[in-house]
Design a protein around this ligand. Structure first.
Ligand code: PRP
Ligand code: ORO
Length: 182
């Protein structure tokens, strides 16, 4: 049965797949949620941006995320914030420092050192990718206390983030998306 929640419906139809998958952690899984067909769709952006923006800390000056899953997310959340009259910019954290030019890890309009930044993720499994981004942001002098994800697979991510003083907020659990897929 189709979910009454249009966003859950989009994720169930366009993001969730059953099969054999190798995850970022190297583990195997019979489920995969590829959020990109949703996060890169106009309707997905329209539905997701306000849902994620309301979970961003009110004092945050930027949203940041590890490329490339979080790239569209940080962009349209910053856009939604601007439409609401809020000062919130987008930052992209590279998976490795740029090998030429600036040599940067972080791209975007950098807020002052000490600013609060909320980390965005599409999927949290072990939390390793989110932590990689948080480590770069903290090394650059930013305060990160919260990770906001579309889907929490509930496979250790919340505890791993908690061990580094990070709260995980997610819109959906993998089990909900799988159930909506049917
Ligand atoms: O919590 P974790 O165990 O780290 O797994 C979740 C990560 O895996 C996916 O990224 P992926 O490495 O597939 O990269 P991509 O966004 O560049 O496709 C996803 O976008 C998360 O960042
Ligand atoms: O753990 C991962 O790599 C992972 C799982 C998943 O369901 N979706 C995703 O994008 N990454």
């Amino acid at each position: 049965m189709l979910s009454a929640d249009p966003l859950l419906q989009l994720l169930a139809i366009h993001a969730y797949r059953r099969g054999q998958f190798t995850l970022a952690s190297g583990a195997s899984s019979e489920h995969y949620v590829n959020c990109k067909p949703v996060t890169l769709s106009g309707r997905g952006a329209l539905l997701l941006a306000p849902r994620l923006l309301e979970l961003v800390e009110p004092e945050a000056l930027a949203v940041a995320g590890l490329t490339l899953g979080a790239d569209p997310m940080v962009s349209w959340v910053a856009h939604a914030a601007a439409l609401a009259g809020r000062n919130l910019d987008a930052l992209i954290v590279r998976k490795e420092a740029k090998g030429h030019g600036t040599g940067a890890w972080l791209e975007g309009p950098l807020p002052p050192t000490g600013s609060l930044i909320t980390l965005l993720e599409d999927v949290v499994t072990t939390g390793g990718s989110a932590l990689k981004a948080v480590h770069q942001l903290r090394a650059a002098g930013y305060v990160v206390q919260r990770v906001v994800a579309i889907v929490d697979r509930e496979e250790g991510g919340e505890a791993a983030l908690g061990a580094e003083a990070l709260q995980l907020h997610s819109l959906y659990r993998l089990t909900e998306v799988a159930a909506a897929h049917g």
